[in-house]
Ligand binder design. Structure first.
Ligand code: 6GU
Length: 251
């Protein structure tokens, strides 16, 4: 079985360390299913002040990440694994939106995935032109840097690698897989502060329970994220249920 390999280039490797050493990511790494290595871009500067950014040509405000340290760092990553293939992703708010489909594609990636994190500032365009295969954003908001986005990308892809989730955990792997929101969940006690668990879940009728869950997934999606219904994987029965739910909403 293959390992999902990430090489993360960052000015702040410490941001990554905590989350990679907890819970499922930690266990995935221990099992050899996930490999994540961080590279400090500042280690690839060659000047006395270890300068990684500079003011932009054209005289606008702000700073731009210099190309040389990044090119050297990427060279070092590639030299460390001779013969391997590489796929380079720049994390930036200008990228295409990261979603479950992207996570699924990444989870099957055989090449080493280089995640390039910017911080505060813009990045010299020649890095994108010469080194970057894809530019990815995790949503329409601005973070201080790409590190948290890199963690999101690693986490979402890693949990889809077979064996990373335990049996109990992987039962939930498909909850977004068909493009619908999850249905409600309940555990003991059956009555709590006057609130009852839905009768059908206590019935032992597996077929009725499966139908209830599907209906509640469709209901949650219709109410909270109707946009997802455009691309969701829907059966004829699903469409019938959706028509009923829409009728209910109007009452
Ligand atoms: Cl990938 N980077 C930054 N800095 N901000 C973001 C982002 C990435 N995705 C959404 N906002």
């Amino acid at each position: 079985m293959g390992t999902l390999n990430f090489e993360v280039l960052t000015l702040f490797p410490g941001i990554l360390a905590g989350p990679l050493n907890e819970s499922i990511l930690k266990r995935g790494r221990e099992k050899g299913l996930l490999f994540v290595r961080t590279w400090d871009i500042r280690d690839y500067t060659e000047d006395k002040h270890r300068k990684t950014d500079d003011s932009p040509y054209g005289g606008e405000a702000g700073m731009v990440l210099k190309p040389e340290p990044i090119f050297r760092a990427v060279d070092a990553v590639k030299a460390a694994s001779p013969g391997d293939g590489f796929f380079t992703v720049l994390l930036s708010p200008q990228g295409t939106l990261f979603d479950q489909r992207y996570a699924e594609r990444l989870s099957r990636e055989r090449r080493r995935v280089i995640l390039l994190c910017g911080h505060y500032e813009a990045i010299d365009e020649r890095v994108k032109d010469a080194l970057v295969d894809e530019e990815v954003s995790i949503g329409d908001y601005v973070l201080t840097g790409g590190e948290l986005a890199a963690l999101v990308v690693i986490d979402a892809a890693a949990r889809l690698v077979p064996g990373v989730l335990g049996d109990e955990e992987s039962a939930y792997r498909d909850s977004f897989g068909d493009g619908l929101l999850d249905h409600p969940h309940y555990t003991r006690p059956a009555a709590f502060q006057g609130m009852q668990v839905p009768e059908v879940l206590l019935s032992g009728n597996h077929d009725a329970i499966m139908k209830w869950r599907r209906r509640e997934s469709l209901r949650a999606t219709l109410l909270k994220r109707p946009d997802l219904l455009e691309t969701a994987d829907l059966s004829d029965e699903d469409r019938k249920v959706l028509q009923e739910l829409k009728q209910d909403v109007k009452l």
